[in-house]
Ligand binder design. Structure first.
Ligand code: URA
Length: 262
């Protein structure tokens, strides 16, 4: 978000707004290496480098964690050459710049965490921590007991066996079946490919949980802020990860969050 230069300098605690105006007038402020003397210039401090009176103007952003119920038809990349809708457009109300943790296919729905905490993101998505992800897959046809066992024990994808998965059968029909599949790897299109590998095309895929964190009653396209308890829940299934430290939030944030209480 762009704001007036003098306001940013004051907000960062460098000096008062009036003093910031004086600094600008005196040619002591630069944006991306260019001295600015014009008053009222609008700047995005997250994208542009501001120096005021030889001090780098920086903000320490508070860490935020969000759980989004991603609808179908959104990409989890930050921009898309094909111009398809981007998942961050659904979390515009979050003032901090947050990024998806890992990926979900364009057609896949469900639990997606977004955060500006790069360290946590790395920890929970790295395969070595084995954080479980649970999917509900609607597949074509009725898998046999043998096929289900293959899915559990590992199928070969691109020459490499998948790690053991947990598989539950929700519904089995001649035309379609519904399975719950829990994996801890994050290979591209993994669940869809696993279903294909046992001969059953995946028609619909929803991630219902990330670690022990469920979507609950969160509606498609909606998000909620994660609490400390939630964060501990995500990392609980991780191999060696410690729960992250409590996030300090103000009363207003908590009020907003209660809307989503399960
Ligand atoms: N597996 C898939 O096939 N797609 C996803 O989006 C996530 C896991």
């Amino acid at each position: 978000m762009k704001e007036r230069l003098q306001k940013i300098i004051a907000k960062a605690g460098i000096c008062s707004r009036r003093a910031a105006e004086t600094l600008i007038k005196e040619g002591k402020v630069s944006v991306d290496g260019v001295v600015v003397t014009e008053m009222g210039m609008k700047v995005d401090h997250r994208l542009q480098k501001i120096i005021a009176d030889r001090v780098h103007v920086r903000f320490t952003e508070k860490k935020v964690y969000v759980l989004l119920n991603k609808p179908e038809g959104f990409v989890t990349t930050m921009d898309d050459p094909q111009g398809r809708p981007i998942v961050t457009s659904l979390v515009k109300k979050v003032p901090e710049r947050i990024y998806p943790v890992g990926r979900l296919d364009f057609e896949t729905k469900g639990a997606l965490i977004l955060t500006n905490d790069g360290e946590l993101a790395q920890r929970i998505q790295h395969p070595s921590f084995e954080v479980k992800k649970t999917y509900v897959a609607r597949i074509q046809g009725k898998p046999t007991a043998e096929e289900l066992k293959m899915l559990e024990e590992g199928v070969e994808l691109e020459g490499k066996l998948t790690a053991p998965a947990q598989v539950k059968v929700y519904r089995q029909g001649k035309k379609e079946s519904i399975l719950e599949i829990t994996v801890h790897e994050g290979r591209k299109h993994q669940v869809r490919k696993m279903c294909q590998a046992i001969g059953h095309h995946c028609i619909e895929l929803t991630r219902t949980a990330y670690g022990n964190l469920n979507l609950g009653s969160l509606q498609p396209g909606k998000f909620r802020y994660l609490t400390t308890k939630d964060l501990a829940r995500i990392t609980k299934t991780a191999k060696t990860v410690q729960p992250v430290k409590p996030v300090k939030r103000n009363k207003k944030d908590n009020k907003k969050d209660n809307k989503w209480k399960r």
